[in-house]
Design a protein around this ligand. Structure first.
Ligand SMILES: [Mg+2]
Length: 409
């Protein structure tokens, strides 16, 4: 197979049409770290690495350490290269795993382009043409009851049968939002809520108990954004909670997932192919989850990563294949305009692309220019405070939750 001649990483951004607020801060843009791998026959594969709110970190690892390993190597050595990168970057932690994720996706894309097969087929997902989707990402954010009703109605009219609210505002507001959405959606819609790490473990249990009566499908990440340091707490919550617990959007590799499962911490697992170690590692995570009968509901956000996530979802063992997260109504040009042909929705499900590789064109130089990187962090992420914190009682002392617009070196 052709040898690798170059590995590059390009940051791109899009402005949001309006600021988006959730429990972990405010965003005015969306970022994406694209990885490109070129081989000696002139082919290019593309992948996405999670940017980890730290622009500059991922390109540094991809174009430094990883490029050194990959250039000159056979592009079909996906497993060997994964291990070589992983076991030589342990000291770099999850940033290196995120960097490797985009590299791994690009290698699978290259293999697909060369063989003429979709990545889903290469992963064993042939015969699956639709994957179930739930309305998530930047949909159903904090808002008043009237507009929440309208948004839920919109998704019902579009054929969606699963949707996720943004929670973490406060316990009363979260319960009210779920009650409103349930009233509008009726009993047969899968209704989730993501608290984006806003609560302490005891508050999380209080919330779970109050959500039971609304048939809540799952309660996601009620505490700590990075579940790594809270495996045991998640296990405690899952045992005590009357509603299913969802986590794993921030797991890096099967080893994180093993620790989470060992602690008894999850009913629904949400790996993201852009951060968990790429498609190769996501498949190993699906195997691990399937052995524990844990449903895998892939997390996605932006463009190439979402496309890769669809291929992944198609290849997850059927008995644990859950819904994939989908940004249903929000303007998302990094996905819908940069990834051509655009993904399509059929009856509330995502159609699996059928072209070679990821099934989308490699973004052109003009496209990268059009979405050139906007400096600064993507989300403000202020210090996490409990609701009894004096700083929150006195507005004058509050940390301002405004978008970050200054450049991050
Ligand atoms: Mg989440």
């Amino acid at each position: 197979m052709p040898r690798i001649t170059d590995v590059t990483c390009v940051l791109v951004s899009e402005r949001l049409p309006a600021e988006w607020a959730a429990a972990h801060g405010v965003s005015s843009k969306r970022d994406e770290a694209l990885v490109f791998i070129t081989t000696e026959d002139g082919r290019v594969g593309v992948g996405e690495s999670y940017h980890a709110f730290s622009p500059g970190t991922i390109p540094g690892i991809v174009e430094g350490h990883i490029r050194e390993i990959l250039v000159g190597r056979d592009s079909s050595e996906i497993q060997l290269l994964w291990e070589e990168v992983f076991f030589s970057t342990g000291q770099l932690g999850s940033a290196a795993v995120a960097a490797m994720s985009g590299v791994d996706i690009a290698l699978w894309d290259l293999l697909g382009r060369r063989t003429g097969l979709p990545v889903a087929t290469l992963l064993g997902g042939g015969g699956v043409d639709l994957v179930p989707a739930y309305v998530g990402c930047m949909c159903l954010g904090f808002q008043d009851a009237a507009s929440l009703r309208e948004e839920v109605k919109l998704y019902l009219s579009q054929g969606y049968t699963a949707m996720k609210l943004r929670g973490g505002k406060d316990l009363e507001a979260d319960v009210e939002a779920v009650a409103t959405a349930r009233e509008v959606a009726g009993p047969h819609v899968d209704l989730m809520i993501d608290a984006n790490s806003a609560y302490s473990p005891p508050e999380s249990l209080q919330l779970a108990k109050r959500l039971e009566r609304y048939g809540t499908f799952w309660l996601e990440d009620p505490f700590d954004f990075s579940v790594k340091y809270h495996h045991a707490d998640m296990g405690w919550l899952r045992k005590a909670s009357p509603v299913p617990i969802c986590s794993g959007g921030n797991v890096y590799t099967r080893f994180d997932v093993r620790a989470l499962i060992d602690a008894g911490g999850v009913d629904y697992l949400t790996p993201d192919v852009c951060k968990c170690g790429g498609l190769s590692e996501a498949m190993r995570i699906a195997a691990l989850a399937s052995a524990h009968n844990i449903i895998v509901a892939p997390h996605t956000v932006v463009g190439i990563g979402t496309v890769a996530g669809v291929h992944y979802t198609a290849a997850i063992p059927t008995h644990v294949r859950g819904h994939m997260e989908w940004d249903a109504s929000v303007v998302n040009p990094l996905r819908d305009e940069m990834c051509r042909p655009a993904l399509s929705i059929v009856d509330g499900c995502i159609a699996v692309p059928t072209g070679p590789g990821l099934g989308v064109e490699v973004p052109s130089a003009a496209m990268l220019e059009r979405f050139s990187f906007i400096p600064g962090r993507e989300i403000s992420m202020p210090p996490r405070r409990r609701r009894w914190d004096p700083a929150l009682r006195n507005p004058a002392r509050q940390v301002r939750r405004e978008p970050v617009t200054t450049a991050v070196k």
